[in-house]
Design a protein around this ligand. Structure first.
Ligand code: ADP
Ligand code: TRP
Length: 324
């Protein structure tokens, strides 16, 4: 079983929703399966048109994964652009991809609505994404629900290619939808999201984290009154508590006499303890960029060792000479 997932380098700071909703599960897979995690820097060209920003964001993604426990001895971490084979496969796939399939893509319309320019790259994004997956014969692709359609398109392209050349060279991937995990609420009670500015960052300064936690919106129930255990602050607090601790806290909340401020302070303490080792690892890695770079280069080498032979089979099926 081979697992693969990609992350666009499009952010500075992760929030705890990204961690509990995506990173934690992606990193955990490395113990069970051969796992490939890549930084989708070629994809980022549709939105980011600044070389320095792309370099910086790519570094951030690498640091985030390594800090959160991705172990380069187990998993393969690499930059998409370090594996040129993927662009070649994208071309082969594009020749069997019906226009209608791409025209039905939600992401293209959404991105246009968000103000991205209508380029061929943005339109053909699902083809490159299919190449990302099919090049490594990935079986399982853990992604957010918004990416489900892209995995279905990748399956369609794999089938179309196999059918066109009468060869079973490409493997059909299965999506694993990470949205099945609970949605982490933001400080304002809506879904935590970069776009709502309601996030609690895990790798910002302690001061910034404190500000976010203390800013969690609460109602004006007086301290002595019973509290609503469905309040956002309890929902977030629960992420950092064992089930028995949760029961105890909820009893105190229902009994009255517990202030939201105290819950927030306890949450902050737990949150910093939980992410402490990851924050340290990240700060440490940040001081050793050469080491991070060599992890990425080694990852690309290993990724090419998997993808190269697959591309060769594809080339031969289509009537081109093998390269290896
Ligand atoms: P954002 O909404 O902040 O822009 P992204 O869309 O970049 O986040 O999401 C990256 C990953 O993090 C996705 O797999 C998504 O499912 C997960 N994720 C984002 N926000 C949350 C949240 N509030 N709760 C759970 N998972 C989340
Ligand atoms: N499109 C994905 C996103 O925006 C990132 C991505 C690119 C990806 N290629 C992939 C995810 C291949 C999984 C597999 O989140």
């Amino acid at each position: 079983m081979r697992v693969l997932s990609g992350t666009q380098p499009s952010h500075d700071h992760l929030h705890i929703g990204n961690y509990f909703g995506a990173l934690r599960q992606q990193v955990a897979l490395q113990q069970k399966y051969q796992t490939l995690i890549f930084i989708a820097d070629l994809h980022s060209m549709s939105g980011v048109r600044d070389a320095e920003r792309r370099r910086r964001y790519s570094r951030e993604v690498a640091l985030d994964f390594l800090a959160c426990g991705l172990d380069p001895a187990q998993a393969i971490l690499f930059r998409q652009s370090d594996v040129p084979e993927v662009c070649e496969l994208a071309w082969y796939l594009s020749t069997v991809t019906p226009m209608g399939l791409l025209e039905r893509g939600h992401a293209y319309k959404d991105k246009l609505a968000q103000g991205q320019s209508a380029t061929h790259g943005l339109f053909a994004y699902p083809v490159l994404m299919a190449a990302d997956i099919l090049l490594y014969r990935a079986d399982l692709v853990p992604v957010g629900r918004d990416q489900k359609q892209h995995i279905e398109m990748a399956r369609d392209m794999a089938e179309a290619f196999n059918r066109a050349y009468g060869a079973q060279v490409l493997t059909l991937p299965e999506p694993q939808i990470l949205d099945d995990v609970a949605v982490v609420p933001g400080t304002d009670g809506r879904k935590m999201s970069k776009s709502y500015d309601n996030g609690i960052p895990m790798f910002a300064t302690e001061k910034q984290i404190k500000k976010a936690v203390m800013g969690i919106v609460t109602d004006s129930t007086p301290v002595e009154d019973p509290k609503d255990t469905k309040a956002t602050v309890f929902e977030i607090w629960t992420l950092f508590a064992a089930p028995d601790e949760r029961e105890e806290m909820f009893e105190r909340a229902r009994a009255g006499g517990l202030g939201y401020g105290d819950v927030k302070k306890d949450l902050l303490r737990r949150l910093l303890a939980y992410f402490g080792p990851m924050r340290e690892r990240r700060a440490d890695l940040e001081k050793r960029p050469d080491e991070v770079e060599s992890v990425l280069l080694d990852g690309a080498k290993r990724a090419r060792e998997i993808g190269g032979p697959v591309l060769d089979e594809v080339r031969q099926a289509a009537g081109f000479r093998p390269r290896i």
